[in-house]
Design a protein around this ligand. Structure first.
Ligand code: ADP
Length: 614
């Protein structure tokens, strides 16, 4: 059973009061007994003094005298000879009584003149108080006059005293326990209030301040608890702010962040990590990264971080849901004793960076490879000439032509590389203005006619007069078209056909742009920007389907030897792609091996051209 403090203190108070009342009672009872005995003894002393004059001369009359004297004194009266014989007694025939010489009160009276004793009488079998006095007689030695009263008389006095004492004790016990209960209740209420208050604070609720009811230790405790609650409130507020700040930082971080608990289970995932790893936060929480992502590289990194002071870093390749390369940094969080409490893993997507790096390396390799071929040829033929090759004039002329051709090729390569890098770095800004496609095509044709004629290729254009102009940089647009028509001529066998056509590309609203079809244009809304499509079609060798997606990569060629032979650098379509993109247009290539190729570019249409001046 659980006793409350109030019950305990009331119980203790009552026991203490009971104990002290018993002690006081016993002490007072003893004092009372002594005082009653004293009173009775004084009465007996006075009565013996009065009776001593009445002692008869004749001892034979003794018993009758004693009975008379007993009536007067309300005590038993006994007369005893100095040798202890009983001469007279008020309650028994004295002749039959035993010798009283050894009775203590008799012994004392013979010695000092008076004697007193308290004991159970053997003759009458009761507790008695005896008082004896030595009485001188005229006839000879002294006689002992003894009076005795039963102690019942004394006991009656006690009983009265005890009753009074018990009543007073019970009343004071009642009063004291009443006061103790009131006091204990007050303490218990204050304690309960404080317990509730402390519980509230520990739950993080902020209960109202404790009232200061007294200036004792309870008052001090309430003051201390109020101060503690205020401190705790401040600390909680700071913690809340700090955690909010950390949460905001983590949520807004561009890098993915995973926090693991001491058991290696995910306890936090930020939105960047969700996106990066294709994770659902709720599905990931409470599981290990190995379970969720199945990456042993990541698992190894996390293990390494636990054993390595200052954390660890590694590249992690994930294949699901798509291939990504991540730079991971893991740091173990330790407490003051150095025990690991969890791990933080930061992840950065470096897929693009890696791809760029790979592309850069591939590019350098390609460039050096492309440069090596013409350089080797130039050096070889130059050395032959230097070694006396001039002697054979016919061959020397051929060698010099080869050297010239390769140096031209080198020049073209360098020009194209420079061009590409300029476009990529946006070094040469576009001067956008409306450009007529018809004129563009005519200019291109003029530039390439002789090249086409050499292969007896038929060059033609089919461009409607009313076609709107495109918004572009004239020189760049010529560059695009020359590149495309040049390719078409290069990869079309003799007597083939190369055509440049253009039209307004059908937009979705026009639904294919058939004549007479009603427009779906909603009145009041701006018309969608028009797109002009330029198509270069040839009847050449065509391009295998598998090569189509990679055609615009630098140095990508379907047939390297043929491209080189034809003076190609492998950069033409890369330049076209970049230029078209810079104009906000699109490029698409369709082809069938042995039948021909169709390169389609779509460019935004510009405002109408200013009317030619008369
Ligand atoms: P190149 O300088 O080699 O022509 P391009 O970038 O212009 O480089 O073209 C890349 C490759 O695409 C060419 O090597 C060729 O294999 C292919 N190609 C381009 N245009 C055509 C075309 N009209 N017909 C067939 N193949 C083509």
């Amino acid at each position: 059973m659980r006793l409350t403090i109030a019950a305990k203190s009331v119980l203790t108070t009552c026991l203490l009061i009971l104990f002290s009342l018993t002690l006081v009672g016993l002490y007072l009872e003893r004092r009372e007994e002594e005082s009653i005995v004293k009173q009775v003894a004084a009465r007996l002393e006075a009565q013996t003094a009065l009776l001593q004059a009445d002692i008869p001369e004749s001892v034979l009359l003794g018993d009758a005298w004693a009975r008379l004297a007993a009536v007067r004194t309300r005590a038993r009266v006994t007369l005893i000879a100095p040798d202890g014989r009983v001469l007279a007694d008020s309650e028994e025939p004295s002749a039959q009584m035993e010798n009283h010489r050894d009775r203590p009160e008799v012994v004392a009276a013979l010695a000092t003149g008076t004697g007193q004793a308290m004991r159970s009488s053997r003759s009458v079998n009761r507790d008695l108080l005896y008082y004896a006095r030595s009485v001188p007689t005229a006839s000879g030695g002294p006689l002992i006059l003894r009076l005795s009263v039963p102690l019942g008389e004394v006991a009656h006095g006690f009983l009265q005293f005890r009753r009074d004492f018990l009543v007073i004790a019970a009343l004071s016990l009642l009063l004291a326990s009443g006061i103790a209960i009131l006091w204990a209740r007050r303490i218990a209420r204050q304690l309960r209030q404080m317990v509730e208050f402390a519980r509230g604070v520990s739950r993080g609720q902020m209960p109202p301040r404790l009232p200061i009811e007294s200036r004792d230790e309870f008052g001090d405790l309430a003051t201390a608890l109020n101060a503690m609650a205020a401190d705790v409130k401040g600390i909680l507020q700071r913690l809340e702010e700090e955690s909010h700040r950390s949460r905001t930082i983590m949520e807004s971080m561009g890098d993915g962040l995973l926090v693991l608990d001491a058991g290696g289970h995910i306890s936090l995932v930020n939105p960047a990590a969700e996106k990066l790893l294709g994770l659902q936060r709720d599905a990931a929480l409470g599981r290990t990264p190995l379970e969720v992502l199945r990456s042993h590289e990541m698992d190894d990194l996390l293990k390494k971080a636990i054993h390595q002071e200052g954390g660890a870093g590694a590249e992690i390749t994930l294949v699901h849901p798509r291939r990504r390369i991540l730079a991971g940094t893991a740091v173990a969080m330790r407490d003051a004793q150095g025990i690991v409490q969890g791990t933080v893993l930061a992840l950065r997507d470096i897929t693009q960076l890696k791809r760029l790096e790979e592309m850069r390396m591939e590019f350098v390799l390609n460039v050096s490879h492309e440069l090596r071929t013409p350089l080797t040829a130039i050096r070889g033929y130059a050395e032959t000439l230097l070694d006396g090759g001039f002697a054979d004039r016919e061959n020397a002329q051929k060698f010099l032509e080869i050297i010239h051709r390769h140096s031209e090729r080198l020049g073209r390569l360098l020009n194209d590389l420079l061009e590409l890098s300029n476009i990529e770095l946006e070094k040469t800004p576009l001067h956008l203005r409306p450009v007529s496609i018809l004129e563009l095509a005519r200019q291109t044709m003029t530039l390439l006619t002789s090249q086409a004629e050499k292969k007896r290729i038929h060059l033609s254009t089919a461009i409607p007069e009313e076609l709107p102009p495109v918004l572009g940089d004239r020189d760049r647009l010529v560059q695009i078209l020359v590149n495309l028509v040049d390719n078409a001529i290069k990869y079309t066998p003799e007597e083939g056909i190369v055509t440049v056509t253009a039209r307004v590309a059908p937009t979705e609203a026009q639904g294919g742009g058939g004549a007479g079809e009603s427009s779906l244009q909603i009145p009041g809304t701006p018309a969608p920007p028009q797109v002009v499509e330029i198509v270069v079609t040839d009847t050449g060798i065509g391009i295998p389907q598998k090569d189509l997606p990679r055609l615009t990569e630098r140095f990508y060629r379907v047939d390297k030897a043929r491209s080189r032979e034809l003076g190609g650098t492998g950069l033409g379509l890369a330049i076209v792609k970049h230029l078209v993109a810079a104009h906000g247009g699109t490029l698409s290539i369709e082809s069938k091996v042995g039948e021909g190729t169709q390169v389609r570019i779509a460019l935004p249409a510009g405002p109408p051209l200013p009317a030619p001046s008369a």
